[in-house]
Ligand binder design. Structure first.
Ligand code: SF4
Length: 276
């Protein structure tokens, strides 16, 4: 049940109460794409992200996942706004840690004609293989945020290490059809003093570039949103653009953060879960 609503310039953030009293958040991007939460908190505990600051409470059920779509779609329909066109499982939680419910949810969304995308930190790797190979989706983004193992361990502390993650990607991506490979992307969130050095970027490029040869794999280069639970900060615009240019010059196809992702209201890493 929706308990409050917070409009912003690009995003509309909804606080949703679950049956046991826990609270999660869902965000309507640009009026037609809903970002849903799949867990109360997150066990991956990325230190820049408010969603995992208190660890994992529990996973959401299929009904709880669907309720986010149904309730917010009804609000939009009552206002005669544009109909929902897509859903992204990129809110609070790690989708692959709630694999069964998320898989069924994706199937139901697709049956309703909604485009579905997901964001994952990559583990468990056997689940990542399933999503890469055969699970239906319109976009799978794998959060990397590092070129060196020590940085990965700091930025994504309970995700798979880089060697294991890129071994799976190296095995799976070349075997995918072109369309499916184009729907797979890597994410790199720039953090000041953590993963923004030239050496770190070059190490990331060295891992990523062979995956999508000859044109390079798609990379989403994310700007960081400051959150109260973290002392980590993003880089300034000049450094952000310099990193973008460095990745492009090295042969990667890179997209910068959309405005919706860098809005304090519901942007990347800002969503908060409260346990019962
Ligand atoms: S960024 Fe994603 S995987 Fe990391 S703690 Fe936040 S919700 Fe979890």
């Amino acid at each position: 049940m929706i308990v409050s609503e917070h409009p912003g310039r690009w995003n509309r953030r909804f606080v949703v109460r679950l049956s046991d009293g826990a609270l999660v958040e869902s965000v309507l991007y640009r009026g037609d794409t809903l970002c849903v939460s799949c867990q109360v908190g997150c066990a991956v505990r990325c230190p820049f992200c408010a969603s995992g600051a208190n660890g994992l409470g529990r996973s959401l059920s299929l009904d709880e996942l669907e309720a986010q779509v149904e309730e917010i779609a009804s609000v939009v329909a009552r206002e005669r706004g544009p109909a929902l066109r897509g859903v992204t499982v990129s809110g609070i939680g790690e989708p692959l840690h709630n694999h069964d419910a998320v898989s069924a949810f994706v199937d139901r969304c697709r049956a309703r004609g909604l485009r579905v995308t997901l964001t994952t930190s990559g583990g468990p790797l056997r689940r990542l293989r399933e999503w890469l190979r055969e699970r239906p989706h319109q976009g799978l983004t794998i959060s990397v945020h590092a070129g060196a193992e020590a940085t990965r361990a700091r930025a994504v502390p309970h995700g798979p290490d880089l060697a294991s993650l890129f071994a799976v990607l190296g095995e799976e991506l070349p075997a995918l059809g072109r369309a499916r490979r184009k729907r797979t992307a890597l994410a790199y969130l720039l953090l000041d003093g953590v993963n923004d050095s030239d050496a770190e970027i070059d190490a990331f490029v060295a891992r990523a570039a062979p995956l999508g040869a000859p044109r390079g794999v798609m990379v989403h280069l994310y700007a960081h949103n400051p959150v109260e639970t973290s002392a980590m900060r993003g880089v300034d615009r000049a450094r952000y653009e310099a990193v973008y240019a460095r990745m492009v010059a090295a042969g990667l196809t890179v997209r910068m953060s959309a405005q919706a992702r860098i809005e304090a209201n519901g942007g990347c890493g800002t969503l908060v879960a409260l346990r019962r």
